[in-house]
Write a protein that binds this ligand. Structure first.
Ligand SMILES: Cc1ncc(COP(=O)(O)O)c(C=O)c1O
Length: 419
């Protein structure tokens, strides 16, 4: 059955034809792509058309689609029983990989999604500090739990978040303070106005959800200092960056250690996962050792653990050299092409994750800058890529990703993009 028929059927039984809104392609105004299969750097749509994939499972695929070792691990696990429901050695092995890779992490708890990992981290921070408020940054995304579903503050004075979904009462976000990214003065001001009340400073250390934005020199270090001075926890949401920008995530790259770390995406090698980890003193507050509740039927599921293990065990320092080289070449080729769609496009990139903005040469260092990108130029750029067989995330405010397997298509990509 062709893509258009699947889409028609989808609209009859799935809300908006999708299970996650960005997949509806509304912000680029084109028909959604319906995918059937994937191998290496390629995805194939329902009509058999091949694309070079820059979505890469929204950052969860890092080696390449259907990579041999990962497939073998999954098949073996399914034969052995993929749902056990009690503790299994694979959970211990994956937890050991996390504690080996992230110096700041002594103990971990697996969850089923990034959303749950951040929700649990916030609950832990509140219990540990006995404080209520959480400071987050404009344009960062921490999953769809109610109190974190804010993108901007109501006004620069109160700094209280505005829910960006219906169904979330203002009271639920009243303890969520929102300040601009890369602006340590605003953080200081917020902490002064809410002295002794902030449980955690929570951020994507390299935001990916306003498009990619990089932390400026010293920003993360200053947050560490401020958190220590104020007695609140520093929580890094490394759901995207963990195992992606370095084996030990953004905290390895920038040498700043948070108190709690949230992981997801790459850690599950493309299967649903989340993980919260940190110092044992904080983590031991979780049930059954402490009073902070978290549980999950599928938490630590053996199939997810097996696929995650096969993935993270394949990641060496050489992997990150390949990812840097591929990311640089693909990013440069895209930037060159982008100049045909708007004056002065800007590329923000860290290793294998990047975003092209159309801001007429203006640097993009926070959400307001990202929002000033020209939507029409992005749409035309996205369409041109799609026509030439390159599938980019269908939104300006998403990161593009490459995998190790993309190294085999870099010359083709450079050629097709006129690089
Ligand atoms: C930084 C960040 N945190 C949390 C999440 C939520 O993860 P999940 O979609 O697995 O619930 C995402 C999802 O894209 C994310 O990018």
């Amino acid at each position: 059955m062709g893509s258009s028929l699947v889409l028609e059927r989808a609209k009859r039984v799935l809300v908006g034809g999708v299970n996650s809104p960005v997949r509806a392609f509304r912000s680029v105004g084109s028909n959604p792509v319906v995918l059937a299969r994937a191998k290496g750097p390629f995805v194939y749509d329902q009509d058999g058309r091949r694309y070079i994939d820059l979505i890469c499972g929204w950052g969860s695929i890092i080696l390449g689609h259907a990579q041999d070792e990962v497939v073998a691990a999954a098949v073996e696990r399914i034969r052995e029983g993929h749902m056990l429901g009690l503790t299994c050695e694979l959970e211990v092995e994956l937890a050991e990989e996390v504690t080996k890779s992230f110096r700041s992490v002594e103990l971990v708890r697996f969850t089923n999604s990034g959303t749950e990992s951040v929700m649990t981290a916030v609950r832990l921070a509140r219990a540990y500090t006995k404080r209520k408020k959480v400071l987050v940054f404009e344009g960062c995304y921490h999953g769809h739990s109610d109190s974190l579903l804010v993108k901007e503050s109501r006004d620069p004075e109160s700094m209280i978040g505005v829910p960006f979904s219906a169904g979330i009462p203002d009271e639920v976000v009243a303890d969520t303070i929102v300040v601009p990214f890369n602006d340590v003065e605003s953080v200081r001001r917020a902490l002064r106005s809410h002295r002794g009340q902030v449980a955690a400073i929570l951020l994507e250390p390299i935001p990916a959800n306003m498009g990619v934005v990089t932390p400026e020199d010293g920003f993360l270090e200053e947050l560490r200092e401020v958190a220590d001075r104020e007695g609140c926890l520093l929580v890094f949401d490394e759901v995207v960056t963990g195992f992606r920008v370095a084996k030990g995530g953004a905290q390895e790259l920038y040498r700043v250690e948070p108190d709690l770390t949230c992981l997801g995406k790459v850690l599950g090698g493309g299967l649903p996962i989340g993980c919260v980890g940190g110092r044992s003193e904080v983590m031991r507050l979780l049930a059954p050792e402490g009073p902070v509740y978290h549980a999950g039927t599928f938490a630590g599921n053996p199939l997810v653990m097996a696929v995650g293990l096969a993935t993270v065990r394949s990641l060496s320092s050489g992997t990150y050299e390949v990812l840097e080289d591929v990311g640089r070449r693909v990013g440069d080729a895209l930037l060159k092409l982008a100049s045909g769609f708007g004056e002065g496009p800007v590329l923000n990139r860290v290793g294998s994750m990047f975003t092209v903005f159309f801001t007429r040469g203006r640097r993009v260092r926070n959400y307001r800058d990202a929002k000033s990108s020209d939507a029409g130029s992005f749409r035309a750029f996205f369409d041109a890529l799609l026509k030439s067989g390159v599938l980019m995330p269908p939104s300006q405010f998403e990161a593009s990703f490459v995998t190790v397997s993309h190294s085999e298509v870099v010359p083709e990509l450079e050629r097709s993009l006129g690089g």
